[in-house]
Design a protein around this ligand. Structure first.
Ligand code: AMP
Ligand code: MG
Length: 424
């Protein structure tokens, strides 16, 4: 189990940063200091291992490939038999199919017909592509210009026995499932899933299926959180909507922290409105409230309630998603055992929109990255950028990250983008 934070001021006063304007990178660093990855593991079948975090190195029990084999359909020959300046005619002694090797050795002036993946017979050291020979019955004529060892895959060239095939801490991808099964391994040891409990706070929220009264709105944050957590491979505990009532909140925080590794809430962390949430969390645990120098997503709470980590996200639906991706994602992956936590790459492209931006905070605008007819990539902003406009997240395929000191952006200027979707 994780150690509780002894003193929340250790978080807030660790540095001279103003908690009313905490830089994004600083907040990430401070959070990272308090994260102890879980250690519990389980054995899972390779088919169930996709997306899980490997808890032990996978060591190859064999050479891959197991034998020297051919990369082409052609003829296995002794390089010494070939002529540097003309043709030579060899005698075909048999065939090596993939799965049905030629039994015997290739003698002087002999060759063996070989298929892709076929075991290279003893004596042969070179493969000549079938397109480069003239075959007439068992007589095979080969010209000049070949290289010793060509088109031959050596035993163990991919992986040698005892070599680490996959490192502890990686999240298993489809290629890894194939690699592990190619070693004849059917089960792997992974970390248990991280348990994350979450609830929405707000008197104005109703769940789907209830008719909202005047001034009430449907809760959407729980559904985005559910989806984002599921994508990350977490075990999710949806605790519903909790009213802005200290007693109900206290009970919800207690229940969540007792049963989960991480507790995430949305709403109730902005200035003024939630003083009782602050007081409550100060009683229950060690939590700090920051105003991050970012837009959207300014208010953010982080700390521990008992042994559980706590993230108090803002209420606005876009802010929830941005703070989740920019802070919570990395923290959850680290807690889940990812080592290193995979970095989502950013790169620069021209921006075709003009962007409004005030210096002093990092902005995560929602962008659409697209390619023109000539194949060049550029980004444009999705329409209005209000932190309540969830449609901007639905339409976007990237964040446009505008650094603290940046001012307005004029069309054509290069901006940094971070793609939201991955290929695998
Ligand atoms: P708060 O931080 O609680 O003041 O919430 C800020 C804004 O986000 C308010 O307009 C809330 O109505 C809205 N909001 C809070 N929680 C949710 C939610 N779960 N789903 C949709 N909107 C929300
Ligand atoms: Mg609220």
């Amino acid at each position: 189990m994780n150690e509780p934070v002894r003193d929340a001021r250790a978080i807030s006063c660790a540095d001279d940063y103003d908690p009313n304007s905490m830089p994004v990178t600083k907040a990430r660093e401070v959070i990272a200091r308090f994260l102890t990855p879980l250690t519990a593991t389980e054995r899972v079948n390779i088919r169930a291992a996709f997306g899980r975090v490997l808890a032990e190195d996978v060591v190859s029990p064999l050479d891959v490939p197991a034998h020297d084999n051919s990369a082409m359909d052609g003829y296995a020959v002794r390089f010494a038999d070939l002529k540097a300046d003309g043709d030579v005619t060899l005698n075909n002694a048999g065939t090596s199919f993939a799965g049905a090797p030629f039994k015997g050795a290739v003698g002087a002036a002999q060759c063996v017909r070989i298929m892709t993946g076929g075991v290279v017979p003893a004596g042969a050291d070179t493969i000549v592509m079938q397109e480069h020979v003239k075959a007439d019955g068992d007589r095979v004529t080969i010209g000049k210009g070949h290289r010793k060892g060509q088109n031959l895959r050596k035993a163990g060239e991919d992986l040698a026995t005892g070599q680490v095939a996959l490192k502890r801490g990686i999240t298993l991808k489809p290629a890894d499932a194939g690699l592990i099964s190619s070693l004849g391994i059917g089960e792997v040891t992974v970390y248990r899933r991280l348990r994350v409990a979450f609830f929405s706070t707000g008197d104005e929220l109703v769940s789907i299926g209830t008719q909202p009264k005047e001034g009430q709105i449907f809760d959407s944050n729980r559904y985005t959180l559910h989806a984002m957590l599921t994508r990350l491979g977490c075990e999710v505990m949806d605790m519903g909507v909790v009213r802005d009532d200290p007693k109900l909140l206290e009970r919800a925080f207690g229940e969540a922290a007792a049963s989960a590794d991480v507790v995430i809430t949305s709403g109730g962390v902005s200035v003024g409105e939630a003083d009782f949430v602050k007081d409550l969390l100060n009683q229950l645990g060690e939590v700090v409230f920051w105003k991050i120098a970012m837009k959207p997503g300014r208010p953010l709470a982080y700390g521990k309630i008992g042994a559980a980590h706590f993230f108090g996200l803002p209420g606005n639906p876009v802010s929830v998603m941005v703070t989740f991706y920019e802070f919570v994602r990395d923290a959850l992956l680290k807690l889940a055992g990812c080592d290193p936590v995979p970095v989502v790459p950013t790169f620069k492209v021209p921006c075709t929109s003009s962007l409004k931006k005030a210096p002093g905070r990092t902005e995560f605008q929602r962008g659409i990255l697209s390619q023109d007819a000539a194949g060049n990539w550029s980004v444009r902003v999705t329409g209005e950028q209000g932190s309540g406009i969830l449609r901007s997240m639905s339409e976007a395929n990237c964040f446009i990250i505008l650094p603290t000191d940046q001012g307005n952006v004029t069309p054509g200027a290069l901006v940094e983008v971070q793609v939201m979707e991955g290929i695998i």
